[in-house]
Design a protein around this ligand. Structure first.
Ligand code: CP3
Length: 318
Protein backbone atom coordinates (compact mmCIF):
# COMPACT_ATOMS: atom_id res chain seq x y z
CA UNK A 1 0.00 0.00 0.00
CA UNK A 2 2.91 2.32 -0.85
CA UNK A 3 4.53 1.60 2.47
CA UNK A 4 7.53 3.41 0.99
CA UNK A 5 6.89 6.60 -0.92
CA UNK A 6 6.20 10.28 -0.99
CA UNK A 7 4.87 10.67 2.56
CA UNK A 8 8.49 10.10 3.72
CA UNK A 9 11.04 12.94 3.49
CA UNK A 10 13.86 10.43 2.92
CA UNK A 11 12.06 9.11 -0.18
CA UNK A 12 11.31 12.59 -1.54
CA UNK A 13 15.00 13.42 -1.15
CA UNK A 14 15.99 10.47 -3.35
CA UNK A 15 13.28 11.41 -5.88
CA UNK A 16 14.77 14.91 -6.24
CA UNK A 17 17.55 13.44 -8.35
CA UNK A 18 16.05 10.20 -9.71
CA UNK A 19 12.86 9.12 -11.45
CA UNK A 20 10.70 6.38 -10.03
CA UNK A 21 11.84 4.02 -12.79
CA UNK A 22 15.52 4.80 -12.14
CA UNK A 23 15.00 3.87 -8.49
CA UNK A 24 13.34 0.59 -9.49
CA UNK A 25 16.18 -0.22 -11.90
CA UNK A 26 18.97 0.42 -9.37
CA UNK A 27 18.89 -2.45 -6.86
CA UNK A 28 20.99 -0.64 -4.21
CA UNK A 29 18.58 2.32 -4.19
CA UNK A 30 15.42 0.22 -4.48
CA UNK A 31 16.74 -1.71 -1.46
CA UNK A 32 17.37 1.48 0.49
CA UNK A 33 13.86 2.78 -0.28
CA UNK A 34 12.24 -0.55 0.66
CA UNK A 35 14.00 -0.38 4.04
CA UNK A 36 13.13 3.27 4.77
CA UNK A 37 9.65 2.77 6.28
CA UNK A 38 10.71 -0.17 8.46
CA UNK A 39 11.83 2.31 11.12
CA UNK A 40 8.11 2.69 11.90
CA UNK A 41 8.07 -0.94 13.04
CA UNK A 42 6.15 -2.67 10.21
CA UNK A 43 6.09 -6.47 10.45
CA UNK A 44 6.96 -6.98 6.78
CA UNK A 45 8.70 -5.14 3.97
CA UNK A 46 7.18 -4.67 0.53
CA UNK A 47 9.57 -4.72 -2.38
CA UNK A 48 10.01 -1.30 -3.98
CA UNK A 49 8.97 -1.71 -7.61
CA UNK A 50 5.85 -0.97 -9.65
CA UNK A 51 3.21 -3.18 -11.22
CA UNK A 52 3.93 -1.63 -14.63
CA UNK A 53 7.63 -2.65 -14.83
CA UNK A 54 7.02 -5.82 -16.92
CA UNK A 55 5.22 -3.82 -19.63
CA UNK A 56 8.40 -2.19 -20.95
CA UNK A 57 10.27 -5.41 -21.83
CA UNK A 58 6.99 -6.82 -23.21
CA UNK A 59 7.17 -4.03 -25.76
CA UNK A 60 4.92 -1.36 -24.25
CA UNK A 61 7.11 1.52 -23.06
CA UNK A 62 5.75 4.00 -20.53
CA UNK A 63 6.75 6.80 -18.17
CA UNK A 64 5.45 8.36 -14.99
CA UNK A 65 4.51 11.87 -16.03
CA UNK A 66 4.67 14.52 -13.33
CA UNK A 67 1.30 14.87 -11.60
CA UNK A 68 -0.44 12.51 -14.04
CA UNK A 69 0.65 9.03 -13.06
CA UNK A 70 1.60 6.44 -15.66
CA UNK A 71 1.48 7.21 -19.39
CA UNK A 72 1.78 4.32 -21.88
CA UNK A 73 3.45 5.66 -25.02
CA UNK A 74 1.43 3.60 -27.53
CA UNK A 75 -1.78 2.32 -25.94
CA UNK A 76 -3.10 -0.98 -27.30
CA UNK A 77 -5.78 -0.40 -29.93
CA UNK A 78 -5.34 -3.37 -32.29
CA UNK A 79 -5.03 -7.14 -32.37
CA UNK A 80 -1.69 -6.76 -34.17
CA UNK A 81 -0.28 -4.85 -31.18
CA UNK A 82 -1.49 -7.58 -28.83
CA UNK A 83 0.18 -10.25 -30.95
CA UNK A 84 3.47 -8.32 -30.86
CA UNK A 85 3.62 -8.25 -27.02
CA UNK A 86 6.44 -10.48 -25.82
CA UNK A 87 6.16 -13.17 -23.16
CA UNK A 88 9.32 -12.22 -21.28
CA UNK A 89 11.74 -14.24 -19.22
CA UNK A 90 11.93 -12.28 -15.93
CA UNK A 91 15.56 -13.32 -15.26
CA UNK A 92 16.55 -11.71 -18.53
CA UNK A 93 14.13 -8.78 -18.72
CA UNK A 94 13.63 -7.75 -15.09
CA UNK A 95 16.97 -8.74 -13.49
CA UNK A 96 17.06 -5.55 -11.39
CA UNK A 97 13.87 -6.56 -9.52
CA UNK A 98 15.28 -9.99 -8.73
CA UNK A 99 18.62 -8.46 -7.64
CA UNK A 100 16.76 -6.09 -5.31
CA UNK A 101 14.99 -9.06 -3.72
CA UNK A 102 18.33 -10.83 -3.21
CA UNK A 103 19.94 -7.73 -1.68
CA UNK A 104 16.94 -7.22 0.60
CA UNK A 105 17.02 -10.79 1.82
CA UNK A 106 20.55 -10.18 3.13
CA UNK A 107 19.43 -7.11 5.10
CA UNK A 108 15.94 -7.88 6.31
CA UNK A 109 14.86 -9.16 9.68
CA UNK A 110 11.19 -9.19 8.66
CA UNK A 111 9.54 -11.09 5.77
CA UNK A 112 9.62 -9.60 2.26
CA UNK A 113 6.45 -9.27 0.17
CA UNK A 114 6.93 -9.37 -3.60
CA UNK A 115 4.13 -8.38 -5.96
CA UNK A 116 2.74 -8.04 -9.45
CA UNK A 117 -0.29 -6.49 -11.08
CA UNK A 118 -3.05 -8.89 -12.12
CA UNK A 119 -3.80 -9.20 -15.84
CA UNK A 120 -7.03 -7.13 -15.85
CA UNK A 121 -5.37 -4.20 -14.09
CA UNK A 122 -2.31 -4.37 -16.36
CA UNK A 123 -4.54 -4.67 -19.46
CA UNK A 124 -6.45 -1.58 -18.33
CA UNK A 125 -3.22 0.49 -18.30
CA UNK A 126 -2.13 -0.92 -21.67
CA UNK A 127 -5.47 -0.10 -23.31
CA UNK A 128 -6.43 3.16 -21.56
CA UNK A 129 -2.86 4.47 -21.75
CA UNK A 130 -3.01 5.56 -18.10
CA UNK A 131 -5.56 6.03 -15.36
CA UNK A 132 -9.23 5.88 -16.32
CA UNK A 133 -12.55 6.90 -14.82
CA UNK A 134 -14.72 4.19 -16.38
CA UNK A 135 -12.44 1.75 -18.28
CA UNK A 136 -14.53 2.34 -21.42
CA UNK A 137 -11.75 1.43 -23.86
CA UNK A 138 -10.81 -1.66 -21.87
CA UNK A 139 -14.43 -2.82 -21.77
CA UNK A 140 -14.93 -2.03 -25.45
CA UNK A 141 -12.19 -4.52 -26.26
CA UNK A 142 -13.32 -7.01 -23.62
CA UNK A 143 -16.98 -7.05 -24.69
CA UNK A 144 -16.47 -6.24 -28.37
CA UNK A 145 -13.44 -8.34 -29.30
CA UNK A 146 -13.40 -11.29 -26.89
CA UNK A 147 -10.79 -13.19 -28.92
CA UNK A 148 -8.36 -10.27 -28.77
CA UNK A 149 -9.12 -9.91 -25.05
CA UNK A 150 -8.38 -13.60 -24.49
CA UNK A 151 -5.08 -13.27 -26.36
CA UNK A 152 -4.05 -10.22 -24.34
CA UNK A 153 -5.04 -11.80 -21.00
CA UNK A 154 -3.27 -15.05 -21.89
CA UNK A 155 -0.02 -13.21 -22.65
CA UNK A 156 -0.24 -11.04 -19.52
CA UNK A 157 -1.08 -14.04 -17.33
CA UNK A 158 1.95 -15.97 -18.50
CA UNK A 159 4.20 -12.96 -17.82
CA UNK A 160 2.72 -12.43 -14.35
CA UNK A 161 2.97 -16.15 -13.52
CA UNK A 162 6.65 -16.29 -14.52
CA UNK A 163 7.41 -12.98 -12.80
CA UNK A 164 5.86 -14.08 -9.49
CA UNK A 165 7.62 -17.46 -9.59
CA UNK A 166 10.92 -15.67 -10.24
CA UNK A 167 10.32 -13.39 -7.25
CA UNK A 168 9.68 -16.40 -5.02
CA UNK A 169 12.81 -18.12 -6.38
CA UNK A 170 14.81 -14.93 -5.61
CA UNK A 171 13.59 -15.02 -2.00
CA UNK A 172 10.20 -13.29 -1.63
CA UNK A 173 8.45 -14.70 1.45
CA UNK A 174 4.94 -13.77 0.31
CA UNK A 175 3.35 -12.40 -2.83
CA UNK A 176 0.68 -9.78 -3.32
CA UNK A 177 -1.33 -9.69 -6.53
CA UNK A 178 -2.83 -6.25 -7.20
CA UNK A 179 -6.02 -6.39 -9.26
CA UNK A 180 -6.56 -2.79 -8.21
CA UNK A 181 -9.24 -1.82 -10.74
CA UNK A 182 -11.22 -5.04 -11.05
CA UNK A 183 -13.93 -3.60 -8.78
CA UNK A 184 -15.27 -1.81 -11.85
CA UNK A 185 -16.60 -5.11 -13.25
CA UNK A 186 -19.94 -6.83 -12.63
CA UNK A 187 -19.55 -10.31 -11.06
CA UNK A 188 -20.72 -12.06 -14.25
CA UNK A 189 -18.09 -10.22 -16.31
CA UNK A 190 -15.42 -10.94 -13.72
CA UNK A 191 -16.35 -14.62 -13.99
CA UNK A 192 -16.13 -14.64 -17.77
CA UNK A 193 -13.27 -12.27 -18.56
CA UNK A 194 -10.97 -12.30 -15.51
CA UNK A 195 -11.44 -15.34 -13.27
CA UNK A 196 -9.89 -17.99 -15.57
CA UNK A 197 -6.64 -16.04 -15.92
CA UNK A 198 -6.23 -15.08 -12.25
CA UNK A 199 -7.10 -18.63 -11.25
CA UNK A 200 -4.38 -20.05 -13.49
CA UNK A 201 -1.75 -17.68 -12.06
CA UNK A 202 -2.68 -18.15 -8.42
CA UNK A 203 -3.07 -21.93 -8.64
CA UNK A 204 0.47 -22.09 -10.01
CA UNK A 205 2.08 -19.59 -7.63
CA UNK A 206 0.46 -21.27 -4.63
CA UNK A 207 2.32 -24.49 -5.45
CA UNK A 208 5.51 -22.67 -4.37
CA UNK A 209 4.12 -22.72 -0.83
CA UNK A 210 4.39 -18.96 -0.20
CA UNK A 211 1.24 -17.14 0.95
CA UNK A 212 -0.50 -15.11 -1.74
CA UNK A 213 -2.50 -11.95 -0.97
CA UNK A 214 -5.16 -11.24 -3.62
CA UNK A 215 -6.15 -7.57 -3.53
CA UNK A 216 -8.53 -5.20 -5.31
CA UNK A 217 -10.42 -1.95 -4.69
CA UNK A 218 -14.20 -1.50 -4.81
CA UNK A 219 -14.56 -5.27 -4.63
CA UNK A 220 -17.53 -5.46 -2.27
CA UNK A 221 -19.59 -7.39 -4.85
CA UNK A 222 -16.64 -9.53 -5.94
CA UNK A 223 -15.21 -10.94 -2.72
CA UNK A 224 -16.54 -14.47 -3.23
CA UNK A 225 -15.42 -14.44 -6.89
CA UNK A 226 -11.93 -13.27 -5.93
CA UNK A 227 -11.73 -15.92 -3.23
CA UNK A 228 -12.74 -18.58 -5.77
CA UNK A 229 -10.10 -17.28 -8.18
CA UNK A 230 -7.49 -17.90 -5.46
CA UNK A 231 -5.33 -16.44 -2.72
CA UNK A 232 -4.31 -17.50 0.75
CA UNK A 233 -5.38 -14.05 1.92
CA UNK A 234 -8.01 -11.76 0.38
CA UNK A 235 -7.29 -8.03 0.56
CA UNK A 236 -10.32 -5.97 1.57
CA UNK A 237 -10.74 -2.29 0.59
CA UNK A 238 -11.80 0.30 3.16
CA UNK A 239 -15.44 0.59 2.01
CA UNK A 240 -16.26 -3.02 2.90
CA UNK A 241 -16.67 -3.80 6.63
CA UNK A 242 -13.95 -6.31 7.43
CA UNK A 243 -16.16 -8.55 9.62
CA UNK A 244 -18.79 -8.91 6.87
CA UNK A 245 -16.08 -9.46 4.27
CA UNK A 246 -14.38 -12.22 6.28
CA UNK A 247 -17.67 -14.00 6.94
CA UNK A 248 -18.40 -14.02 3.20
CA UNK A 249 -14.86 -15.05 2.24
CA UNK A 250 -14.83 -17.80 4.85
CA UNK A 251 -12.63 -18.19 7.91
CA UNK A 252 -10.45 -20.77 6.14
CA UNK A 253 -8.78 -17.84 4.32
CA UNK A 254 -6.90 -14.92 5.78
CA UNK A 255 -7.94 -11.30 5.24
CA UNK A 256 -5.90 -8.15 4.87
CA UNK A 257 -7.10 -4.63 5.59
CA UNK A 258 -8.75 -2.36 5.82
CA UNK A 259 -8.25 1.04 7.42
CA UNK A 260 -9.15 4.04 5.25
CA UNK A 261 -5.77 5.61 4.33
CA UNK A 262 -7.37 9.07 4.55
CA UNK A 263 -8.06 8.54 8.26
CA UNK A 264 -4.28 8.99 8.63
CA UNK A 265 -4.75 12.59 7.48
CA UNK A 266 -6.77 13.61 10.55
CA UNK A 267 -5.57 13.69 14.16
CA UNK A 268 -3.64 10.90 15.81
CA UNK A 269 -6.73 9.95 17.84
CA UNK A 270 -8.91 9.68 14.75
CA UNK A 271 -6.27 7.54 13.04
CA UNK A 272 -6.06 5.21 16.03
CA UNK A 273 -9.86 4.97 16.24
CA UNK A 274 -10.00 3.85 12.59
CA UNK A 275 -7.21 1.32 13.13
CA UNK A 276 -9.09 -0.06 16.12
CA UNK A 277 -12.25 -0.38 14.00
CA UNK A 278 -10.41 -2.78 11.67
CA UNK A 279 -9.00 -4.71 14.64
CA UNK A 280 -12.45 -4.96 16.25
CA UNK A 281 -13.94 -6.23 13.00
CA UNK A 282 -11.21 -8.88 12.78
CA UNK A 283 -12.22 -9.99 16.28
CA UNK A 284 -8.76 -11.22 17.27
CA UNK A 285 -9.06 -14.18 14.88
CA UNK A 286 -5.77 -15.58 13.57
CA UNK A 287 -5.26 -14.81 9.89
CA UNK A 288 -5.80 -11.06 9.89
CA UNK A 289 -3.04 -8.92 8.34
CA UNK A 290 -3.62 -5.37 9.53
CA UNK A 291 -3.12 -2.94 6.65
CA UNK A 292 -4.62 0.06 4.93
CA UNK A 293 -7.53 -0.60 2.57
CA UNK A 294 -5.61 1.09 -0.27
CA UNK A 295 -2.48 3.18 -0.88
CA UNK A 296 -1.16 5.68 1.62
CA UNK A 297 -1.44 9.29 0.40
CA UNK A 298 1.62 11.56 0.02
CA UNK A 299 0.13 14.09 2.51
CA UNK A 300 0.14 11.57 5.39
CA UNK A 301 1.89 12.81 8.57
CA UNK A 302 4.55 10.24 9.49
CA UNK A 303 3.71 10.61 13.19
CA UNK A 304 0.25 9.19 12.52
CA UNK A 305 1.78 6.19 10.73
CA UNK A 306 4.05 5.61 13.70
CA UNK A 307 1.15 5.94 16.16
CA UNK A 308 -1.02 3.46 14.25
CA UNK A 309 1.77 0.86 14.03
CA UNK A 310 2.38 1.17 17.79
CA UNK A 311 -1.32 0.97 18.53
CA UNK A 312 -1.86 -2.13 16.39
CA UNK A 313 1.08 -3.86 18.04
CA UNK A 314 -0.20 -3.07 21.53
CA UNK A 315 -3.84 -3.84 20.84
CA UNK A 316 -3.20 -7.11 19.02
CA UNK A 317 -0.40 -8.50 21.23
CA UNK A 318 -1.11 -12.09 22.25
O1 CP3 B 1 4.13 -0.20 -1.42
C1 CP3 B 1 5.34 -0.05 -1.65
O2 CP3 B 1 6.12 0.56 -0.91
C2 CP3 B 1 5.92 -0.75 -2.86
C3 CP3 B 1 5.97 0.00 -4.04
C4 CP3 B 1 4.78 0.09 -4.98
C5 CP3 B 1 4.72 1.11 -5.95
N1 CP3 B 1 3.68 0.85 -6.78
C6 CP3 B 1 5.68 2.24 -6.08
C7 CP3 B 1 5.11 3.51 -6.54
C8 CP3 B 1 3.69 -0.76 -5.20
C9 CP3 B 1 3.23 -1.97 -4.42
C10 CP3 B 1 3.00 -0.26 -6.35
C11 CP3 B 1 1.83 -0.92 -6.95
C12 CP3 B 1 1.04 -0.20 -7.97
N2 CP3 B 1 1.50 0.66 -8.95
C13 CP3 B 1 -0.33 -0.38 -8.16
C14 CP3 B 1 -1.19 -1.34 -7.36
C15 CP3 B 1 -1.50 -0.82 -6.02
C16 CP3 B 1 -2.59 0.21 -5.97
O3 CP3 B 1 -2.27 1.33 -5.60
O4 CP3 B 1 -3.71 -0.14 -6.29
C17 CP3 B 1 -0.73 0.45 -9.22
C18 CP3 B 1 -2.14 0.61 -9.73
C19 CP3 B 1 0.42 1.09 -9.72
C20 CP3 B 1 0.54 2.02 -10.88
C21 CP3 B 1 1.00 3.34 -10.43
N3 CP3 B 1 2.27 3.64 -9.99
C22 CP3 B 1 0.25 4.55 -10.35
C23 CP3 B 1 -1.22 4.67 -10.71
C24 CP3 B 1 1.11 5.55 -9.88
C25 CP3 B 1 0.83 7.00 -9.69
C26 CP3 B 1 0.23 7.19 -8.33
C27 CP3 B 1 0.34 8.58 -7.82
O5 CP3 B 1 -0.19 8.77 -6.73
O6 CP3 B 1 0.95 9.47 -8.46
C28 CP3 B 1 2.35 4.95 -9.62
C29 CP3 B 1 3.55 5.64 -9.08
C30 CP3 B 1 4.15 5.03 -7.86
N4 CP3 B 1 4.51 3.73 -7.76
C31 CP3 B 1 4.52 5.70 -6.67
C32 CP3 B 1 5.12 4.75 -5.84
C33 CP3 B 1 5.72 4.94 -4.47
C34 CP3 B 1 4.31 7.19 -6.41
C35 CP3 B 1 5.56 7.85 -5.96
C36 CP3 B 1 6.44 8.47 -6.96
O7 CP3 B 1 6.03 8.93 -8.04
O8 CP3 B 1 7.63 8.58 -6.60
Amino acid sequence: MRQAGRYMAEYRKIRETRTLIEICKTPEIATEVTLQPLKFGFDAAILFADILLPLEPMGASFEFAKGEGPVIHEPVVSRAQIDRLRVIDPEESLPYVLSTIKLLKRELEVPLIGFAGAPFTLASYLIEGGKSANFAKTKRLMFGAPDAWAALMTTLSEVVRRYLRAQVAAGADAIQVFDSWVGDLAPADYAEFVHPYVHRILADVQTTGVPVIHFGVGTSTLLESMRDAGGTVIGVDFCTPLDEAWKRIGYDRGVQGNMDPCALLATRDVAIRHAQRALDAAGNRPGHIFNLGHGITPETPVDNVKAVVEHVHQASAR
